[in-house]
Design a protein around this ligand. Structure first.
Ligand code: AHR
Length: 499
């Protein structure tokens, strides 16, 4: 008998699911770029890692944020362009780089390597400029190098470096975590810095580019900080002005546990912390609504994901890829679909080898982690219209806390003559049966396709090169009548397409 009931209100739209809600983030940190996206051993090999790029190509990544993270506010882009032999080797104040685990940056992978990777992946680039230790001049020079089609020194340098046409980079982040590693600024201080950068970036755009650029301010998980930032950034002499298109925050969870050592209560707490994403989205959107009454500003979550005790600076923030983490990613992607009315982009951290990466490598091989399969399974939401889901789910009260974890979750979208529903069973100890009603859809006479992830795995199952193939989606049988009945084993993710 069903113990969870979900109704999809197919006529109750929430918003367009921008493909950018399934975006990614790659930083010069540990083995994300060097040994991840790019071969680091310059004696034997140089260039993109084709095994990694093939896996990423198959994911159809909508957007990729680069070069950081904290790295961005100590990065000077001019070091990473031009003939590779002439590029200076620098230290970076943040994170271990490359195989020597030293905070040194070879600059072998720079702007052109990144933007040409994006072209190869058919992915929109999102560049984070250096505010903490950089200048508006450096930022606008970067924009000119990337996007200008005229006859200036910087545009010509791009041509000399092998790219005749402007890259047309649309997304520009003005700093990263400027409340922390990006300068330890108060909200008012960041707002004033932001306004200065945005003035020159905006003017550069008006004068020089055909591409409409979008400026992104980096907010905080403290929403009072965000409110103060918005108040200050908009206070101009001629009335409120909002020189930003998006405001972001970062949400990591799981930092007190290692999945290998965790018990079932820890799993519940971890998943509950992942679901806090919903509160952050509400609160950031509310701060924007309250202050920015004269323009639309999108909410971006430009770093998110599981971060466990194993991931420390000394190992380049590496941690095992587990089913539990992938389960959390599914629950968070459901939140993103349900909030597609306010969200404009999200970027999981990070693409390769670091934190909740989707792809892991050793010297010779690259393989997909369980989280990769979640992104793949959820891909049909992209570009559809999210619709309301009413979920009546069993819950469990967290140990030592009054809060409850909803054990079954969902999101739904419509388009292309189909309804697409994703489901999670966040209960790592028991199966649940879902009765799924699709308003206005004759499910008894529809074509139904369903797939499930992780039915044969425990939450702490860890992927390796040898076991990677075991984590792919399997067909799922669904009982179809006026409603659909779906059995979800413990700690699983399912996707159902109804045509
Ligand atoms: O993703 C790792 C780090 O987490 C980033 O460099 C920083 O922005 C965040 O604190």
């Amino acid at each position: 008998m069903a113990d969870a009931r979900i109704t999809v209100r197919t006529e109750s739209p929430i918003g367009h699911v921008d493909p950018a809600l399934h975006g990614h983030f790659a930083e010069h940190l540990g083995r994300c770029v060097y040994d991840g996206l790019w071969h680091s051993d310059e004696d034997t090999a140089e260039g993109y890692r084709d095994d990694v790029v093939s896996l990423l190509e198959a994911l159809e990544m909508p957007v990729l944020r680069w070069p950081g993270g904290c790295f961005a506010d100590d990065y000077h882009w001019k070091d990473g362009v031009g003939p590779r032999d002439d590029r200076p080797r620098r230290r970076n104040l943040f994170w271990a780089q490359g195989p020597n685990e030293l905070p040194e940056e070879s600059n072998a992978f720079g702007t052109d390597e990144f933007l040409q990777l994006c072209e190869r992946l058919d992915t929109e680039a999102y560049l984070a400029v250096n505010v903490g230790s950089g200048t508006p001049q450096e930022a606008t020079d970067w924009m000119e190098y990337c996007n200008y089609d005229g006859d200036t020194d910087l545009a010509n340098r791009r041509r000399e470096n092998g790219h005749d046409d402007p890259y047309g980079v649309r997304y520009w982040g003005v700093g990263n975590e400027n409340w922390g590693c990006g300068g330890r600024m108060s909200p008012e201080q960041y707002a004033r810095e932001y306004r200065r950068f945005a003035t020159y970036a905006g003017a550069t755009t008006n004068v020089m580019f055909e591409t409409d650029i979008e400026l992104i301010a980096c907010g905080f998980s403290d929403h009072e900080w965000n409110r103060r930032f918005l108040e200050e950034v908009s206070s101009g002499p001629t009335g409120p002005e909002f020189p930003l298109d998006h405001l972001t925050l970062h949400h990591y969870y799981g930092q007190t546990i290692s999945v290998a050592d965790a018990d079932e209560d820890d799993y519940d707490r971890f998943l509950h912390d992942a679901l806090e994403m919903e509160t952050h989205i509400h609160r950031l959107a509310s701060a924007i609504d309250a202050v920015a009454t004269t323009r639309d500003i999108g909410v971006i979550i430009d770093e998110w994901g599981a971060w466990h005790t194993e991931a420390v600076p000394e190992n380049g923030l590496e941690q095992p890829g587990t089913v539990l983490d992938a389960l959390s990613a599914a629950a968070v992607l459901d939140i993103f679909t349900r909030h597609s009315d306010v969200l404009t982009m999200t970027n999981i951290a990070q693409t390769v080898n670091v934190l909740q990466c989707l792809v892991e490598t050793d010297t010779d091989t690259a393989w997909a982690r369980p989280t990769y399969h979640v992104f793949d399974l959820y891909a049909p939401h992209k570009d559809k219209t999210a619709v309301t889901t009413a979920v009546d789910s069993p819950t469990r009260t967290l140990e030592d806390d009054d809060d409850d974890l909803p054990l079954v979750g969902a999101s739904a979208s419509v388009g292309d003559d189909e309804t697409f529903v994703t489901l999670t069973n966040l209960d790592c100890t028991a199966a649940h049966t879902v009765e799924l009603a699709l308003e206005g859809v004759a499910t008894d006479s529809s074509t139904i396709e369903a797939q499930i992830l992780f039915a044969d795995h425990d939450p702490d199952a860890t992927v390796t090169a040898d076991t990677a193939a075991e984590f792919t989606a399997a067909d799922l049988s669904v009982d179809a009548d006026d409603t659909l009945t779906i059995d979800l084993p413990a700690a699983t993710v399912a996707a159902i397409t109804v045509r």
